[in-house]
Design a protein around this ligand. Sequence first.
Ligand code: ATP
Ligand code: MG
Length: 333
Amino acid sequence: MTGGDRETGLPAGRPSGLLGREVAGYRVEDEIGRGGMAVVYRAHDLRLDRTVALKLLAPELARNDTFRKRFAHESRVAASIDHPHIVPVFDAGETEGVLYIAMRYVAGQDLAALLGREGPLPPAKAGRIAAQVASALDAAHAHDLVHRDVKPGNILVAEGTDGDHPEHVYLTDFGLTKKSLSLTGFTTVGEFVGTLDYVAPEQISGKPVDGRCDVYGLACVVFETLAGAPPFRRDTDWAVLWAQQYDPPPPLSELRPGLAGAADAVFARALAKTPEERYGTCLEFVAELRAALLSGAGATQWEPGRGASGSSAGPVGPPPAPPAWARPVFREV
Ligand SMILES: Nc1ncnc2c1ncn2[C@@H]1O[C@H](COP(=O)(O)OP(=O)(O)OP(=O)(O)O)[C@@H](O)[C@H]1O
Ligand SMILES: [Mg+2]
């Protein structure tokens, strides 16, 4: 299923092909990254003279009617949500048979890269990130928008404002997943589906999904930030699919000794196989997890910000320089 490379159909292997070119009113400046179905560029918005992230989706997706309809609908809804932890969408459409989406350029790295670099995070930092993503997801759910693809690659981590808020986290890519199409039979054999490490059982079995599939995805992500790996690591995609549907999650406290055992029950509920048994909201899950971690040996580690005794406590001393996105504001002062 994930066999083959992450071919997008876009100028694959020739990332420079588009550099310097104008696409839908944006001058493509640099490739930021690519996933299984899109390439993301840093680009210059020629109308408004600003930097944006321009995502070009693989041409095959423009030919998939289900995807097109959802793309049009969900980019409109995503653009209508004004939330500090959701990447603002500026523009979305189609040009020369390619679907594109222009959004705020977030200077930083995604959570996958952060975990690759830093490994399991101190609980305080994991908690700050979890709470921000949870608030974004709950806000989306309040607009009847289900993300469907919560995973580290869709969580962008930028510099925060001060020692109390060392990072500012953005969630991106609402509804932009092939998984829900693929797993319900729209994908031809061998097509790239993406990671299955965060996919909820009901998505796998093709049942209707609601916000609780994002509770599940978020729980997988938070588990990974604390344990260093998502709950169900297996040798093959099929084994992962099986485990997501039938295996109980491993106890976090065994994988990361020192964390309160009470957290295991919280993950067991957030990762319940049936949505009805999970937490009703993402913030409820994060609040319960926080309470659980505070209840045990690792108690104070979860405390966010400056007051934390965990290793990611904010630095004491003068406030750090403003983050990149705030620089224009600071310069004016
Ligand atoms: N608004 C943005 N600002 C800055 N970087 C971004 C932005 N959006 C995406 N990126 C970067 O581009 C990378 C590629 O994004 P993309 O969504 O194509 O792939 P993915 O989410 O990693 O994988 P998948 O194709 O499975 O969804 C992201 O991992 C992220 O690092
Ligand atoms: Mg993405």
